[in-house]
Design a protein around this ligand. Structure first.
Ligand SMILES: Cc1cc2nc3c(=O)[nH]c(=O)nc-3n(C[C@H](O)[C@H](O)[C@H](O)COP(=O)(O)O)c2cc1C
Length: 373
């Protein structure tokens, strides 16, 4: 029987346990995407805290693919020094780190990227702040190449793996979604056509890093949105990726337009609300050969352990609990099995936008109150 705390291997990358820090935008980079010492310290702390694998916040592969301020960039060779310092900091304390590669497509704003956003089709949907410009075939090729170049840099800079961001409404997810992708060429229409961009990105990444380097994907198995990506389409894409050699699939769901069913749901305060994408992950697991990771709402040791031991998931991923407790896996491993303290309020986004980096606002308030008493 698989156990939460046991060593595993993903294409040569040894992980000390089955917990993953799911990609989490930290808002700690310079405005051009250059990593800062604050970000490097954040990853060092996560690695010290015992997580099996850290997935970085999403890193843009092209300047017009940036979605949020303070986001990391992997679009240029200029950040080599900082990136190498970052991976070294994690490795020095026994951690493993994977970088998430993204293009925001239409899910960004001209005030952030300095031009009108690009998307599969020029349609204004709820999750887009403005009407995007339709990508030409030339643009599509440029972006595919940029994913590959990003992966090449990541490997050269010491990252242990790359993860392609195919979830949460960003560009790859936009191509998969029939709501957003209205193209009539080979990139639109049938499920196979809507999956084409993703598969071409995967192949370019694979060519750039070789067969013996872990390439992962975070994939929406549903957009939780009328007219959006449905599970059957996602399963088709997952099966193809598995056939072509992807090393692991992290299953997520939702977009910023999915209301209460968005990727980071609120008020996960009872075990029944935890593991909210597990059913989707189990469906994906049915059609793939590679390991499957499930993310969304894990808060208690019991649910995390059961998901591995009884439900047959290969890894459980968490984001918000690590913002408050970077050492959560170590705490559980050492026998303190109290649930994560995160109350899933999403207040952590605020300081990422306004104060140069995310942190747990609830914890800070509690500390301030305690200091006054
Ligand atoms: C502050 C914040 C930043 C996030 N940034 C990313 C990101 O860069 N890439 C990504 O795939 N998901 C991102 N997410 C979503 C999480 O990875 C995760 O899928 C979601 O929060 C559900 O997991 P949780 O309940 O453990 O937080 C972010 C979530 C939060 C709260």
């Amino acid at each position: 029987m698989a156990m939460l705390f046991e060593e595993t291997d993903i294409n040569g990358m040894t992980l000390r346990n089955r917990t993953i820090r799911s990609a989490t935008w930290e808002g700690m980079c310079e405005s051009d995407g250059r990593p800062t010492d604050k970000l490097i310290n954040c990853y060092r702390n996560l690695a010290k805290g015992g997580v099996g694998l850290i997935v970085t916040g999403f890193a843009f592969v092209r300047p017009e693919g940036q979605a949020m301020p303070g986001k990391m960039g992997i679009h240029t060779d200029d950040f080599a020094l900082e990136m190498e310092k970052l991976t070294r900091a994690v490795h020095d304390v026994g951690g493993k780190i994977c970088i998430q590669l993204v293009h925001a497509g239409g899910q960004t704003e001209s005030k952030i990227i300095g031009q009108q956003p690009l998307a599969p089709s020029a349609v204004k949907v709820d999750q887009f702040p403005e009407t995007p410009v339709e990508l030409s075939k030339g643009d599509i090729n440029t972006i595919i190449t940029a994913f590959g170049k990003g992966a090449h840099r990541a490997k050269a800079w010491g990252f242990d793996a790359v993860q392609i961001h195919g979830a949460h409404g960003y560009l790859i997810n936009q191509f998969l979604s029939p709501l957003i992708n209205r193209r009539t060429d080979e990139y639109g229409g049938s499920t196979a056509n809507r999956s084409r961009f993703l598969l071409e990105v995967y192949r370019n990444v694979r060519t750039n890093v070789g067969s013996d380097y872990p390439v992962l994907i975070k994939l929406n198995a549903s957009d939780n949105l009328k007219g959006g990506l449905e599970t059957d389409d996602a399963m088709y894409a997952a099966e193809k990726l598995s056939e072509e050699g992807i090393d692991a699939i992290e299953v997520s769901a939702g977009t910023p337009a999915s209301g209460a069913m968005n990727p980071a749901r609120r008020k996960i305060n009872v075990p029944e609300k935890e593991a909210y994408n597990l059913d989707l992950a189990l469906r994906v697991k049915e059609v793939v050969e590679c390991p499957v990771m499930t993310v969304g709402g894990f808060r208690s040791y019991e649910v995390a352990a059961k998901t591995i031991q009884e439900d047959g998931m290969d890894y459980i991923a968490m984001s918000r609990p690590f913002i408050r407790e970077p050492d959560l896996p170590k705490r559980w491993f050492q026998g303190d099995r109290k649930p994560a303290q995160c109350i899933s309020c999403n207040s952590c986004f605020g300081p990422g936008l306004k104060e140069g980096g995310i942190y747990c606002v609830v914890e800070k308030k509690a500390r301030a109150k305690a200091a006054k008493v």
